[in-house]
Write a protein that binds this ligand. Structure first.
Ligand code: ADP
Ligand code: MG
Length: 589
């Protein structure tokens, strides 16, 4: 597979640098991979931030500019950005009038953006968010993580961006975005599979004579694999699926026919012609349209159709001036008239191979962390000390590393094979951060570990485990020792935080099953700290095994429905390691 790249692992940052070089009206925060308006923050204006995994260009950075987004956060290819990056984006653009986050409905994106929103709110910034979920190929009943966010995202960003530019309040811009989400639907089709730059071969096998009807923007399976057919027939299937889901008939509409990356415009216009004819016969009047590559899936061939029921309000915002790299209309000025030097300077920044990731830069300074000999002597046999908890974090990192392949295999069965790498990377970063500076209280320890996980894990488990440790620390307080009851309360607070953020309950086949069972064992224990933590580890192991027979109701595994039965949940397995490590530290093993 030939690709116009240098290093498969540096595609995202190198592409962003190129975009910043091509568009001096934008600026790039390299560390956080945030593209933002050079003239941000724009005084008095509600700021719009979106983002998500890369590979969907021009979404999202291509929509940063006047009349649309103020900032876009780029994750790895098809992987959500972390909350600290989203938080940095908020800081770049917040002008005091509030910030609206536009999130596509994927568990990882939703959790990481929500967490960034919470962090910003704690700092006194008014942040709201909306979640786009327009893909009719996905049934809510079957796919319990809900419908995927796809093409409608472009329309939400345009219309909400126009409202923000017109001086509307945060509440008004949010309400308008929600109206667009309520009235819009999409569906996609793939003619070929997608190839990730870091993988180098197609992600799935799609025979020459077959197409994937209802495909997602990451090449996820859709409704059905069907024989290849003329464009008119494909358009009929897709339009009818969309119209069956929402009452567009008898209404005006804004319609987008979007290319997935590798379908030429000659085909996209032909396809649009079919779509418009069909809509006319079904009583839908197309008032505005957009045809081109607006939300792609790397090099996948195929197209998607998005239909938005329109009225005068939506049409006027649709027609409002916009000036971004990928969407221009009317007479909107560029975000800044004079080119600014910043993107040029950024362009000359060190190559990504030399730019240390947070984890690596910590690694370079580990010596004092490793030599900072925490006092692991227990104060008494009913107490756990700060020093023991520091040792716990180091043992957890060692355990995740040791069990990395096992966690990866569990995730390969019902997820996307990254849980082992995610947890090993995240807990190593947490252990290394302990010495910079060494926490002086248990709340400080929780915060340090939580932030390390949040900023280095990504995916769904990063914000979940991050929340766990942040809440754990907050509940534990500023002391340097905890009794059994206090430790149980800290675990309960962390567990409640995970359940709340992930909307998961025990029985949903997630890490919550283990966190809840082990915490309950701690709460019940009346013995020494060693007895209590051993009981918690035993309860964790039992709960881990019990996830095997459950149907996954949350996260990626929920897309499998009943096919998730027969596999232990990867997050339940990693959570069990937390409790085993704690029992070992306390019992002096
Ligand atoms: P991703 O699913 O984004 O690839 P990981 O593979 O690192 O992230 O983590 C997967 C684990 O996260 C699952 O096994 C499950 O235990 C946990 N998880 C996923 N979604 C949720 C949720 N909504 N609530 C609680 N836990 C969840
Ligand atoms: Mg995974």
């Amino acid at each position: 597979m030939k690709k116009l790249i240098n290093d498969p692992d540096a595609v995202v940052i190198e592409s962003l640098r190129g975009m910043a070089a091509a568009h001096p009206e934008l600026r790039l925060d390299e560390e956080h991979r945030v593209m933002f308006r050079a003239d941000a923050p724009v005084s008095g204006k509600v700021a719009l931030v979106s983002g998500g995994g890369s590979g969907h260009e021009p979404l999202h950075a291509g929509y940063v500019g006047t009349g649309m987004l103020d900032a876009a956060v780029a994750g790895e290819v098809f992987t959500s950005p972390t909350p600290d990056a989203v938080r940095a984006a908020i800081d770049h653009v917040d002008a005091g009038a509030g910030v609206l986050l536009i999130i596509k409905n994927y568990t990882g994106d939703v959790l990481n953006f929500q967490m960034a929103a919470d962090m910003a709110r704690e700092d006194g910034i008014a942040v709201e968010y909306v979640v786009v979920n327009d893909d009719v190929a996905v049934e809510d009943s079957l796919y319990t993580a809900g419908r995927r966010g796809v093409g409608l995202t472009v329309l939400v960003e345009k219309i909400a961006g126009a409202a923000a530019a017109a001086g509307k309040s945060l509440a008004e811009v949010k309400a308008l975005a929600e109206k667009v989400i309520a009235q819009g639907r999409s569906m996609g089709v793939a003619l070929t599979a997608v190839t990730l730059p870091a993988v180098g071969h197609p992600a799935f096998d799609l025979p020459e004579d077959q197409i994937e009807m209802g495909v997602g923007i990451h090449g996820e399976p859709g409704r059905a694999r069907v024989p290849m057919a003329p464009a008119a027939d494909i358009a009929t299937t897709m339009v009818d699926a969309i119209l069956a889901d929402y009452a567009f008939a008898g209404n005006d509409a804004i319609v987008m026919v979007n290319g997935m990356g590798a379908t030429p415009l000659v085909e996209l216009y032909l396809f649009y012609g079919e779509v418009e004819k069909l809509l006319a016969t079904r009583g839908v009047e197309v008032r505005r349209c957009l045809v081109g590559n607006y939300i792609t899936s790397l090099d996948m061939a195929g197209a998607s159709i998005t239909i938005l029921k329109s009225d005068d309000e939506l049409l006027s915002y649709w027609d409002a001036p916009v000036n971004t790299p990928a969407l221009k209309n009317g007479v909107a000025p560029a975000a800044t008239a004079a080119p600014v030097p910043a993107p040029r300077a950024a362009h000359a920044a060190p190559a990504p191979a030399e730019a240390p990731t947070p984890a690596e830069s910590d690694a370079a300074e580990t010596t004092d962390a490793e030599t900072a000999s925490a006092d692991v002597t227990p104060a008494d046999d009913h107490t756990v000390t700060l020093g023991q908890l520091e040792e716990w974090v180091r043992r957890v990192a060692a355990a995740m590393d040791k069990h990395k392949d096992e966690l990866t295999e569990l995730d390969a069965a019902i997820g996307d094979s990254d849980h082992g790498a995610n947890m090993a990377r995240g807990t190593a970063a947490a252990a290394k951060r302990l010495g910079h500076p060494a926490p002086t209280s248990i709340s400080g320890l929780g915060k340090s570990v939580g932030m390390a996980l949040v900023s280095s894990v990504g995916g769904a488990s990063g914000p979940l485990y991050g929340t766990f440790f942040l809440r754990f620390g907050k509940q534990a307080g500023t002391g340097s020792a905890l009794g059994v009851k206090e430790l149980a309360a800290a675990f309960r607070s962390g567990t409640d935080g995970v359940a709340f953020r992930g909307k998961a309950a025990p029985g949903d086949k997630t890490m919550v099953d283990v966190l809840d069972a082990a915490t309950a064992a701690l709460e019940k224990s009346t013995g020494t700290m060693a007895d209590a933590t051993r009981a918690a580890a035993d309860a964790a192991a039992t709960a881990r095994q019990a996830t095997k027979d459950m149907i996954a109701k949350r996260g990626r595994a929920s897309y499998l429905g009943e096919r998730s039965i027969g596999h232990v949940d990867p997050g339940a397995a990693s959570a069990t390691l937390l409790f085993e490590a704690l029992a070992d530290v306390v019992s002096g093993k």
